[in-house]
Design a protein around this ligand. Structure first.
Ligand code: C2E
Ligand code: CA
Ligand code: CA
Length: 764
């Protein structure tokens, strides 16, 4: 059960902790994701603007080439030289090809004549093979565009002539075209321009121009300039873009928009840079957050765990008995209820067994509470050892245990368990240096045989236990309906006894005690009497134990005392002896009560004798001895009743200075048969004498007994031979008779005759 509750604490903790950690990790991951995404976006936009810068720089370069070529193409001499059908190669070589190469570094040039044919070509290396069909095919478009621009630059005048307006046009519409072209493995910037006259001309017809195409190699030097203008690092040309993330590329396209290579540079990536700067900080922050979260979560987990375990402990404490560690009464009731509900759907029955430690009170009283606790613990452990796995053993109250047996189909099986329980207690329990032999009484009730209601089963097991105790301890009983009647009868009886006390319906009988030496009645013992309205007289041997069991003894004892003291004035010369139970002595106000009664009835304390039995010493209760001493100090006499019936009687005499010893009736009734009884009797009497105590022999039934005891110096004699217990008026008659007898005896004594037989009067 403990494990379950603690486990549930762990589950609660996990139910909070796992999602919390997941949320924190997710949040951190989101932040990182967002950062990476934004850094990528900013990188991309940076690269795209770098690409635009590069495009601008390339365009600038191309415009520069057109401008540089302008001096050569807007030139009358070149115009006329190129217009001629027979080209002047040497002039063109020197003034166009070589001049442009030397002045601007255009390493190649081509002149397309008006007829559209190549009329002249220049190459720094003096190669001719570079002018091939694929190049011409590529340039065809370029030349056509330039020609078209040139033709459309003529404006028709009202006179029908054409005026050339080409030079007035803005830069964008120059009669030129530029771009990139691939030759062999290399890429060239090119500029194609129509060759025109310097001044505005008017002509009758429009003819296509010659076109000069100049080429400048895109080498590292050119790229360096472009890089400077565009502000790019490490700009270089590649045929295939590199996958390295830090490099950015721009595609190079030919006239016909075909890929002819790539420019690559060290990209400026502000996002990545920012990320690389921020990441360590963020990482530390994230770790700190995660660490903190884990810390907080762990704290929560520990707290929840502690809470759960203290809750489990509280539940355990509420359900268990602290001394034995066994389930307590309420937990037992709950388990029983569950078992009974469950067994309604099953065929197997259950059983409840009440187990009671015999004479536990005596152990507690004689050895103290610590020893009592030890006994409970030891018994609990032994019971637990025999209870089957499906069973439960619980501590119900002080010395009471209860066992629940489930899945039991027969009484034999339960008896087998009960035998094992008894066997467990054959071994004595060691407490300090004492070996205690403990016995148990058990009462069992079975379900469904004796009922299916928990309360009913418990009640019936209790009745069975009561029966077991009543029939001699250390045994067990199974519930039988006849027991219930007995218990109910006892219950009814105790209620009626209560009523009798309350209604003054009890009575007291007085049994005289005879002093042989003085030859007179010196004391009377007050004995409770109860005449039941239906059942007639009931023996004190049965209603006194009932009163003890039900706690009525306090009120009953006080009632007897009060009545005896009230009656005492009727026989002022007699000591009145009243029986007091040890339970009464435990009452904190007992002594005060006695004093109050003595005062109310105007009886001198010296006339009251209180009889206690040896059982008064079974209790370690200090109050008992203190109360007895207080009464003795006030002058009340204390008699030890039934002396000799216990085995360690002599030690009591040392512990309390009794005034009177009442020798147990057994010694008297045995004296005729047993020499040993006689020996003990004489010993007790001499012992009493030695200790200065009066001795009273009770149960005197024969004259021989009287003679023997008188001879041996016994002070007082009580018994049927002297008189049976008498009613108040019976005693008055008896005492009167006795007085007459004494007077007669005195007369006879004078005549030398002696009659010493006591008188008998009406019995109570
Ligand atoms: P106990 O104190 O030993 O009282 C003496 C018992 O012996 C009385 O029985 C009495 O009737 C009986 N008895 C007297 N002489 C003879 C005799 O010659 N032969 C025989 N066989 N019996 C004799 P009782 O009145 O039935 O009382 C029984 C016990 O009940 C008493 O024994 C006493 O322990 C208890 N008891 C009676 N009244 C009270 C009371 O008011 N308070 C308390 N606490 N106990 C009482
Ligand atoms: Ca007595
Ligand atoms: Ca007695």
């Amino acid at each position: 059960m403990k494990a379950v509750t603690e486990g549930s604490g762990g589950r609660i903790a996990n139910a909070i902790i796992i999602p919390m950690i997941a949320v924190v990790v997710l949040a951190v991951a989101c932040v990182f994701g967002l950062m990476i995404w934004s850094s990528q976006t900013s990188d991309e936009s940076a690269v795209s603007s770098q690409r635009k810068l590069l495009e601008g720089a390339v365009k600038l370069k191309l415009d520069q080439i057109i401008r540089q070529q302008t001096g050569t193409v807007v030139w009358d001499q070149a115009y006329f030289k190129s217009a001629s059908d027979i080209p002047d190669h040497s002039w063109l070589y020197n003034n166009v090809g070589l001049w442009l190469d030397e002045t601007y570094g255009f390493s190649r040039a081509l002149l397309i004549g008006r007829n559209g044919k190549v009329t002249f070509s220049y190459d720094r290396e003096l190669s001719r093979t570079w002018v091939d069909d694929s190049l011409l095919n590529e340039l065809n478009t370029v030349v056509s565009r330039v020609r078209a621009k040139y033709i459309t630059s003529f404006k028709r005048t009202p006179s029908g002539l054409y005026r050339f307006l080409g030079h007035q046009q803005s830069d964008g519409n120059r009669l030129a075209d530029t771009g990139l072209v691939s030759m062999g493995n290399e890429i060239y910037f090119y500029a194609a321009s129509a060759i025109t006259q310097e001044a505005h001309t008017i002509s009758a017809i429009r003819r296509p121009p010659a076109v000069l195409v100049s080429f400048e190699k895109m080498n590292q030097a050119a790229l360096s300039k472009i890089a400077t203008i565009s502000g790019l690092n490490n700009l270089h040309m590649v045929t295939r873009p590199s996958p390295v993330a830090s490099l950015a590329t721009a595609e190079l396209r030919s006239v016909k928009r075909q890929n002819i290579g790539y420019l690559q540079w060290q990209a400026n990536r502000p996002g990545t840079e920012m990320l690389s700067q921020v990441t360590p900080v963020l990482l530390i922050l994230a770790l700190a957050i995660i660490g903190l979260t884990i810390g907080v979560m762990d704290f929560i987990r520990q707290t929840t765990k502690k809470l759960a375990s203290s809750q489990a402990k509280a539940v355990h404490t509420a359900q268990h008995d602290a001394l034995s560690g066994l389930p307590n009464r309420s937990q037992f009731a709950q388990l029983l209820e569950t078992a009974l509900t469950k067994s309604q759907t099953e065929t197997d029955g259950s059983a409840v067994v009440y187990i009671d430690l015999d004479r536990f009170k005596d152990i507690n009283d004689t050895l103290g509470h610590a020893a009592g606790d030890e006994v409970i613990r030891a018994v609990a452990a032994r019971l637990q050892a025999v209870v089957p796995e499906t069973g439960v053993i619980a501590r119900i109250s002080g010395d009471e245990f209860a066992m629940l047996l489930t899945n039991c189909d027969s009484q034999e099986w339960i008896e087998h368990i009960l035998t094992r329980v008894q066997d467990q207690l054959v071994r004595p329990i060691r407490i300090e240096n004492n070996e205690l032999h403990v016995s148990l009484s058990m009462g069992a009730a079975m379900s469904p045989r004796d009922g299916t209601d928990p309360g009913e089963l418990l009640r019936k097991a209790d009745i069975a236990l009561y029966d077991a105790k009543g029939n001699g301890r250390g045994r067990w009983s199974f519930f039988d309906p006849s027991m219930q009647e007995h218990v109910l009868a006892q219950d009814k009886m105790s209620r009626e006894l209560r009523k009798a006390i309350d209604e003054d319906a009890l009575d007291v009988a007085y049994q005289p005690q005879y002093d042989a030496n003085a030859n007179r009645i010196v004391a009377i013992e007050a004995l409770a009497r109860w005449t039941h309205p239906d059942l007639g007289p009931i023996s004190p041997a049965s209603f006194i134990p009932l009163a003890e069991d039900t706690g009525l003894i306090n009120d009953l004892g006080i009632w007897v005392l009060r009545r005896a003291c009230r009656d005492a004035h009727r026989w002022p010369d007699l000591v009145v002896s009243v029986n007091v139970s040890p339970t009464q002595f435990k009452h904190p106000r007992f002594v005060e009560k006695v004093l109050e009664i003595l005062e109310d009835s105007h009886v001198a304390p010296g006339r009251l004798e209180i009889e206690v039995t040896e059982s008064v010493f079974a209790s370690q209760h200090k109050t008992i001895l203190t109360s007895m001493k207080r009464l003795k100090d006030l002058g009340v006499k204390i008699a030890l009743d039934d002396f000799g019936s216990g085995y360690s009687s002599l030690s009591y005499l040392r512990r309390f200075p009794f005034d009177t010893l009442k020798i147990d009736r057994d010694f008297i009734s045995n004296m005729d048969q047993s020499a040993e009884a006689l020996a003990i009797l004489t010993t007790i009497i001499s012992l009493g004498r030695a200790l200065g105590m009066a001795t009273v022999a009770e149960g005197i039934e024969t004259s021989d007994q009287v003679i023997f005891l008188t001879k041996n110096g016994c002070h007082r004699m009580q018994g049927y031979f002297i008189s049976r217990p008498l009613t108040g008026s019976g005693l008055e008659d008896y005492l009167e008779d006795w007085a007459i007898r004494r007077a007669m005896e005195a007369e006879s004594a004078a005549e030398g005759q002696r009659h010493r037989a006591p008188l008998r009067a009406a019995e109570a």
